[in-house]
Design a protein around this ligand. Structure first.
Ligand SMILES: *[C@@H]1O[C@H](CO)[C@@H](O)[C@H](O)[C@H]1NC(C)=O
Ligand SMILES: *[C@@H]1O[C@H](CO)[C@@H](O)[C@H](O)[C@H]1NC(C)=O
Ligand SMILES: *[C@@H]1O[C@H](CO)[C@@H](O)[C@H](O)[C@H]1NC(C)=O
Ligand SMILES: *[C@@H]1O[C@H](CO)[C@@H](O)[C@H](O)[C@H]1NC(C)=O
Ligand SMILES: *[C@@H]1O[C@H](CO)[C@@H](O)[C@H](O)[C@H]1NC(C)=O
Length: 360
């Protein structure tokens, strides 16, 4: 027993940089720690994007037993909580379904993305979550068909993305029984897992991740956030009938700057986030020699995001000039977003979360 305990604590120390999705809340109510979630055999990442493990983690097409399926309604707020993570990267959520029985579903097949959080206010999703007890919230879309679903939560760690196969996918799937108003197949686009991710996709293999890469341009794998045709008739609380009102960036969005560097003099601001992002990366064994070139890039992007507050309000909806109209499936709002806030004809700006609105 004693040796087992020693071994266990050694293992915990060795893998403490790894993480699992361990709890969820539906409208602030939780079924409990690990309830409703298919816990993988370990907290190690999946790195082979062509493996069936990329759907719902290790085990691939094997369906676990004894996992509860949690009730929810379309439009509900889902909160996920992960283990602590110092790995820079995005978080995304996808649904698989509707199916008759989520507990008997592998997750190998068609998914559609319902949420993503990449890089905002000079922080990756894992850091933004870290400031919120490792939680992240999003809404189940309106227009879902009633039925059971797998909810796939993915945290992608990019600290080794400079090599092919270096990106680490942390994945957890929950089982949900959703009551909705849509019809099956109304949400899209959908993607196949495995299949949709390729080892050399530009958001998975990033040769210059420590050497010139601009995180503000990053968008997570899996394509655009899906829309559901059935959403409408006023049932979608987040759909922007008025793109302007849902996407206007607050005029004093310096408040969105993380408190760690909001409180220091402006002249030193760019230096601070570099350490928070890079120290985490470097301590994960990343390439220290090339990492030294990263501060300039990060500092630049952060400095520009900080100085952006004057331009943030300068994009009124009506102005038709280029740069103020976002194309379909592109970003049109979110905290610290300074780009276009209007959408091209035929699409409207829809809030996905505090940090990301998209033309759909
Ligand atoms: C953070 O999450 C843990 C686990 O859910 C919880 O026990 C703890 O109370 C939370 N802390 C705060 C400050 O909310
Ligand atoms: C800035 O934002 C805060 C909270 O978001 C709000 O209370 C305050 O009135 C805002 N100030 C200005 C000048 O907009
Ligand atoms: C470290 O960076 C150098 C220069 O960019 C590169 O040649 C080398 O392959 C990198 N090493 C690792 C382990 O990524
Ligand atoms: C950002 O806005 C605040 C308040 O409006 C202002 O004091 C500050 O100088 C602005 N910063 C920049 C870089 O424009
Ligand atoms: C906007 O940009 C597109 C392509 O870059 C160009 O074809 C179009 O003429 C531009 N429109 C205006 C109003 O400048």
């Amino acid at each position: 027993m004693f040796s087992k305990a020693v071994l266990a604590s050694t293992l915990i120390a060795a893998v403490s940089a790894h993480q699992n999705f361990h709890q969820l809340w539906i409208n602030d109510e939780t079924p409990g720690y690990q309830a409703g979630i298919r816990m993988p055999p370990s907290n190690s990442p999946v790195v082979d994007v062509t493996s069936e493990d990329i759907a719902c983690n290790v085990g691939g097409s094997k369906v676990p037993s004894g996992v509860d399926t949690i009730a929810a309604n379309e439009g509900d707020t889902v909160k996920v909580q992960w283990d602590q993570s110092g790995h820079p990267g995005p978080i995304t959520h996808m649904l698989f379904g509707p199916v008759d029985d989520a507990s008997a579903t592998t997750g190998v097949g068609s998914w559609f993305k319902i949420d993503e959080l990449n890089y905002a206010d000079g922080k990756w999703a894992n850091e933004i979550m870290g400031a919120d007890n490792m939680t992240h919230e999003f809404k189940l879309p309106a227009g879902l068909a009633s039925g059971e679903y797998l909810l796939r939560s993915e945290m992608l760690a990019l600290h080794s993305a400079q090599t092919v196969g270096g990106a680490q996918f942390y994945i957890g799937c929950a089982q949900l029984k959703i009551t909705g108003t849509g019809s099956a197949g109304s949400c899209g686009p959908s993607i196949e897992l495995p299949g949709a991710y390729k080892a050399e996709d530009e958001n998975i293999y990033i040769p210059d991740v420590y050497n010139g890469f601009d995180p503000t341009t990053y968008s997570a794998p899996g394509g655009p956030v899906a829309t559901c045709d059935g959403a409408g008739a006023g049932t979608a609380p987040v759909s922007g009938s008025s793109p302007a009102s849902s996407s206007v960036v607050p005029s004093n969005n310096t408040l969105a700057v993380p408190s760690t560097f909001a409180s220091v003099p402006a002249s030193t601001v760019p230096a601070i986030p570099v350490s928070s992002t890079l120290v985490a990366s470097i301590s994960q064994g990343a390439n220290a020699s090339s990492a030294v070139s990263a501060p300039t890039t990060l500092a630049t992007s952060i400095a520009s995001s900080i100085s952006s507050n004057s331009t943030a309000v300068a994009a009124p909806t009506g102005s038709a000039g280029n740069g103020s109209i976002a194309n379909k499936y592109h970003q049109c709002g979110g905290k610290s977003w300074t780009g276009a806030t209007s959408c091209e004809t035929g699409s409207t700006c829809k809030v996905q979360n505090d940090y990301y609105s998209q033309c759909v």
